[in-house]
Design a protein. Structure first.
Length: 507
């Protein structure tokens, strides 16, 4: 459960301490099969829409049954190399898998196959941009391949966590899903920008993996997960503080909030003479707080040793070059191109980047909507609903659906008001925009006969307005337009109603 920790004012915390950050981002690869077996990969594109009954997408390898042996997924290796190259990393001519030993019920083998001292990629760097065009270089320590664990569901209790639960259920479908873990070097010098830099970094990683096509990168589904390390260094001390690791932060918005919260919480503890415990912490989306998890283990605690059942991975120089040649454009170059193509002002474009909606707007434009309308809907109504629900806008509706709403509006079949109702229906799961329009009867009344009848009825009830219009006071038509729109339940084009009113008044 969450805590009611004392918090220091953020500005005061930054005045007294320098935030020191580090991020571990796990990316689930969307290969057809798992990392070390031919079991279907539940994180793949083809499996996303399939019904995934618990413990059905498994093999003896996933369960660590006696006699079962792992085989490396070639496509996962290629995806990992591509990601490493996109992060500016050196690709190792030889890398090795290792066993990371620990016991937990969702890890049937009692060890995880990962990489330890010989990762596939190392020593990279990417640039991230925050509001105002300020950029920060983030150094990448390593990107290594590993397998995911299964999933525990704790039943009973009020928190959904193991504390207070009556029993736990284990689903091994996720066990063995291919992962790449990206680990940054220590990030210093972000100061008051620390939360925003964290959010921008994870957004950039998401942008890269989507461009590569190697992951669905849906944070709410766990395709991309962030562990945020935060510590505080007293100003001028030159000493690093004790870090905490907030686990599995699952939205861009939450990365910002989690980093900010830990800075404020740790600052209050240190200022009061307390000490920070090196531990993992749970993020609580509902309260915007963290709570203690377990003492943070060091590498020695896992008793790493080379995986005896797998040979080293030794990609050829020609394969690395082939994958390098196939890389998509770099994020900074892509942003520059999109800004020019869309004709957005610097402020408009930066707002899109800060909202983490660059991919969604690009895909909406690709689906046929104009850049201006795509931006209007994502930054406007979709974001408004997302903020009310405390979720990321990208989780609510697809770019294809937004483009369809734009098309229906521009064709005159929907007014803006009706389009907002259609969007609400799509988000509520009532179908595509066209299906929602049909089910809810939202289509604009385009029959002039019906509109004229409503206009005549409104003019009949307000004869003085008709005389005002005839005498040249055209603004008086507003009262009639309002009555007609009300009579048509908002299913009329106000501009067309105005035209018809003036025709009746001057005819």
């Amino acid at each position: 459960m969450s805590t009611n920790a004392e918090l220091m004012d953020f500005e005061k915390a930054i005045e007294l301490f320098e935030p020191v950050l580090g991020f571990e981002v796990h990316v689930e690869l969307n290969t057809n099969t798992k990392m070390f077996s031919d079991a279907p990969n539940p994180a793949s594109s083809q499996a996303e829409s399939a019904t995934q009954e618990p413990n059905t997408m498994i093999t003896p390898v996933c369960l660590g049954l006696p006699g079962s042996l792992p085989v490396v997924n070639e496509q996962a290796v290629k995806f990992s190399i591509s990601l490493g190259l996109a992060l500016g990393c050196e690709i190792a001519s030889s890398s090795r898998f290792a066993r990371k030993n620990y016991f937990y019920p969702d890890l049937a083998k009692n060890y995880q196959i990962s990489q330890y001292d010989e990762p596939i990629a190392h020593d990279g760097e990417i640039e991230v941009e925050i509001a105002g065009g300020k950029t920060f270089k983030i150094e990448i320590e390593r990107a290594h391949m590993e397998e995911d664990a299964g999933k525990l569901t704790h039943v009973g209790g009020s928190t959904g966590r193991i504390q207070g639960a009556d029993y736990s259920l284990v689903d091994y479908n996720r066990a063995g899903v291919p992962l790449v873990e990206i680990v940054t070097k220590i990030i210093q010098g972000t100061n008051e920008n620390a939360p925003e830099v964290g959010k921008a970094y994870v957004a950039t990683i998401r942008e890269i993996v989507l461009a590569l096509g190697i992951s669905e990168a849906r944070m709410e589904r766990g395709n991309l997960r962030c562990d945020a390390n935060v510590s505080l260094s007293p100003r001028g001390s030159g000493k690093l503080g004790t870090r905490t690791e907030t686990k599995n932060v699952n939205s861009l918005r939450s990365v910002d909030r989690a980093v900010r919260y830990e800075i404020q919480r740790q600052a209050a503890i240190i200022a009061a003479g307390g000490t920070i415990v090196q531990e993992t912490r749970h993020w609580h989306e509902d309260t915007g707080t963290t709570s203690p998890g377990r003492p943070k283990s060091d590498a020695d605690d896992y008793r790493y040793f080379p995986e005896p059942d797998l040979l080293p991975v030794e990609p050829s120089a020609s394969l690395i070059q082939e994958l390098k040649n196939a890389l998509p454009e770099a994020p900074a170059k892509r942003r520059s191109r999109l800004k020019a193509d869309w004709g957005f002002s610097e402020l408009e474009f930066q707002d899109v980047v800060n909202a983490g909606l660059l991919n969604e707007i690009e895909q909406t434009v690709q689906a046929g909507a104009s850049p201006a309308q795509s931006r209007k809907w994502w930054m406007g109504e979709v974001s408004r609903i997302a903020n009310a629900k405390s979720v990321d806008p990208s989780t609510l509706v697809s770019p294809k659906s937004v483009a369809e709403i734009v098309k229906l509006t521009e064709s005159g079949e929907l007014t803006d008001r009706l389009a907002r109702q259609a969007l609400e229906g799509v988000i509520a799961g009532e179908g595509t925009p066209t299906e929602v329009v049909a089910k809810r009867g939202l289509k604009v009344v385009s029959d002039d006969g019906a509109l004229i009848a409503a206009i005549d009825e409104a003019l009949k009830s307000q004869p003085d307005v008709l005389e005002k219009i005839k005498s040249g006071k055209i603004q008086a038509a507003g009262a009639i337009i309002g009555d007609v729109m009300k009579a048509m339940q908002g299913k009329a084009d106000a501009a067309r109603v105005r035209e018809l009113i003036l025709e009746r008044a001057t005819g």
